[in-house]
Write a protein that binds this ligand. Structure first.
Ligand SMILES: Cc1cc2nc3c(=O)[nH]c(=O)nc-3n(C[C@H](O)[C@H](O)[C@H](O)COP(=O)(O)O)c2cc1C
Length: 220
């Protein structure tokens, strides 16, 4: 029912946008090519945090569309992406926890690279609703990349780098919020993360920090 309503809103938004002469949100460079086209205004109207997920699975193709929205390459000539980053640091990678394991999003190739066969979705957060989501995005910042981007500039104090890691992650998360709003999917950014559990499960070295997680799935 919720999905049907969302679909109707999406279609209404599309036709309203078309009649108003608004160019849709879908980008010609979107690798999947078939992403929903709604106005930015409509996606903003629908943007919200979902804290109850349905059991329905999210197709792999949709997962890739979510990731492309988060931080996919939108300017191939320059290798630049949908999300800005502090001093172009490119420090944040997105890992995706699914039932069949965890993969790293390769934005340059727009592909998923398997890093673990373990299902860690129930371990990434103490928050109960995360456990029902079929897809959990894990934002991971590389402190070495941030330090390299910072160089010796005056703003590169450790606390500035810690803020940059979270801001860079959160901007990607807002892209995901808007994509999900346009597609009728649910999502929620969370700072309540069991960072040690993720770090241990994925054998992260100390310079990798989990900033946030973001479950994605059907609205329950
Ligand atoms: C940085 C950040 C961290 C958040 N962490 C959590 C969290 O740990 N648990 C949670 O349930 N919601 C979390 N949220 C979602 C907020 O609860 C939610 O955005 C807020 O209640 C407003 O609701 P809305 O997003 O529907 O407008 C977080 C949001 C942000 C921006």
């Amino acid at each position: 029912m919720t999905q049907q309503l969302s679909r109707r809103l999406f279609l209404a938004g599309t036709s309203a946008a078309a009649s108003a002469g608004i160019v849709g949100a879908a980008n010609a460079q979107t690798p999947a090519g078939g992403a929903a086209s709604v106005s930015v205004q409509e996606a903003l109207k629908q943007r919200r945090s979902t804290k109850r997920f349905g059991r329905a699975d999210v197709p792999r193709e949709t997962v890739l569309e979510v990731l492309w929205a988060a931080n996919g390459v939108n300017r191939p000539d320059e290798g630049k992406t949908t999300a800005p980053a502090w001093h172009g640091s490119k420090d944040v990678d997105i890992y995706v926890a699914l039932e069949d394991g965890v993969s790293l999003y390769n934005s340059a190739a727009n592909t998923l690279e398997k890093v673990s066969d373990a299902d860690i979705r129930a371990d990434v957060s103490p928050t109960a609703f995360v456990r029902r989501a079929p897809v959990v995005l894990i934002y991971v910042s590389d402190g070495q990349k941030l330090a390299t981007a910072a160089g010796d500039i005056a703003t590169s104090a450790p606390e500035e780098l810690a803020i940059a890691a979270r801001v860079n992650s959160a901007i990607m998360a807002q892209n995901v919020y808007l994509f999900c709003a346009a597609e009728g999917l649910g999502t929620c950014l969370l700072g309540t993360v069991d960072r040690e559990a993720v770090k241990t499960a994925l054998k992260f070295p100390d310079h990798l920090t989990v900033t946030y997680i973001q479950p994605v799935g059907a609205i329950g």
